[in-house]
Structure formats: structure tokens, C-alpha cells
Design a binder for this molecule. Structure first.
Ligand code: ADP
Ligand code: MG
Length: 191
């Protein structure tokens, strides 16, 4: 198929729990010509950062030059740090997966994240921090958001292929209004 023979570097980013790895695995199952570059794995294996209490804190400055070398002409680069270690010249398209922050909280609880880590990541989703930073790093034309909340992995991959093909698509996401209506800012932010 035409869309699948295009060489390209595709970023899959978004907050923890939005479905990056599930989506990436299915995408590559359908088109195994892509090399997967997992930013967190790359950081841990390369020692770009430090072990901390609840995981690994990546030093994005240290790994920037190294990950650029690894990106080939057909890669799917997955990780929430993508906007901080790559830029416009490295990639063709960035997909920011989004998920309703209330659903994210449930996923974080299942992952046994601490309360502070839950608020930090769900709050980041509310504000669209990674989406904004992806636009800042990769530009508006290359950055597309997909709301994964009620979509199957198959549907999400289909939408990504549509965006690759047509350079258009994606969703407009606004969680702030929902939280404002419910008057539940306290669930996401300390103040
Ligand atoms: P990430 O890599 O962004 O942290 P994961 O792919 O690990 O996210 O998915 C987080 C959780 O959500 C997992 O339990 C996964 O099984 C589930 N999940 C992922 N994608 C979907 C989807 N499209 N629909 C329903 N559940 C999903
Ligand atoms: Mg993951």
C-alpha cells in the first residue's frame, strides 16, 4: 500500500498511560519495516540519567546527540520525552496521544504511582503540556493529537495511517472545560 512504503520518522508521544506502547506495538505488527526506538529504554541502556526512588530520571541534554544518531530513515520513536530530545529536523510526523485525565488516574492507580506522581502526570494531561511542547519542537504542521479515550488500538493505528497519508486529521482536545464544569481542579493541582 502506498502509505506504507513512505520512508518516515514517526514520533508517538503523550503522557504515561495514554497508550503509546500498545499503539506502537500494533502499528509495527502491521508494518514491520519500521525500527522502534523506545526513548526510555534507550536512556536506561545508554546510562543517560540516574536511578531514582520511583524509576529512572532521564538526562535529556545528555541523550540528545546520541538519539539523533540512532534515528534512521524509517523509525517509530516512542516516549513522553520525545519533544525534549528530538526536533523538527529529525522527524516527519509527531502523534500526541491524549486520554481523558480521569481515565489516566485509574491507570496510574493500577500502576501504583504515588499520589504526587498521579497529580503531576494527570495535571500535565489536563493542560496539554506534551502536546504544546511537541508543537514547539516539531511545529504545528507535523504535530497531530489523537484522543484515545474511547478508541480501540486498531482504530488509533488506522487514524495514524490516515494522517501519514493525508497529512491531516486528528482531534481537538480540551480537558480543562470538563474539569472546570465539574469544579474538580483540586484532583489535578495543588494550590
Ligand atoms: P503508555 O505506553 O502510553 O504508557 P500503554 O500502551 O502502556 O500506555 O497503555 C496504558 C494502559 O492502557 C494499558 O493497561 C493498556 O493495556 C491500556 N490501553 C492502551 N491502549 C488502549 C486502548 N486503545 N483502549 C483501551 N485500553 C488501552
Ligand atoms: Mg509505555
Amino acid at each position: 500500500m502506498d502509505t506504507k512504503s513512505n520512508c518516515m520518522n514517526l514520533v508517538i508521544t503523550g503522557n504515561p498511560g495514554v497508550g503509546k506502547h500498545t499503539t506502537t506495538d500494533l502499528f509495527v505488527k502491521q508494518d514491520s519495516s519500521y525500527q522502534i526506538i523506545d526513548i526510555n529504554k534507550f536512556a536506561i541502556e545508554g546510562g543517560f540519567g540516574n536511578k531514582v526512588e520511583d524509576g529512572f530520571e532521564v538526562n535529556t541534554i545528555e541523550m540528545k546527540d546520541e538519539i539523533k544518531k540512532k534515528v534512521s530513515d524509517k523509525s517509530i520513536i516512542v516516549g513522553h520525552l520525545a519533544p525534549y530530545v528530538l526536533d523538527d529536523s529529525d522527524i516527519d510526523l509527531a502523534i500526541v496521544l491524549r486520554k481523558n485525565p480521569y481515565d489516566l488516574i485509574d491507570i496510574y492507580k493500577k500502576r501504583d504511582y504515588q499520589e504526587s506522581k498521579i497529580k503531576q502526570n494527570a495535571g500535565s494531561e489536563v493542560l496539554g503540556v506534551i502536546a504544546n511542547d511537541a508543537i514547539a519542537s516539531f511545529g504545528k504542521e507535523k504535530t497531530f493529537e489523537i484522543d484515545t479515550t474511547t478508541k480501540t488500538p486498531e482504530r488509533i493505528v488506522e487514524e495514524i495511517n490516515g494522517i501519514i497519508k493525508n497529512k491531516e486529521g486528528g482531534d481537538i482536545i480540551d480537558w480543562l472545560t470538563i474539569i472546570e464544569e465539574r469544579n474538580e481542579f483540586g484532583r489535578f493541582f495543588d494550590y
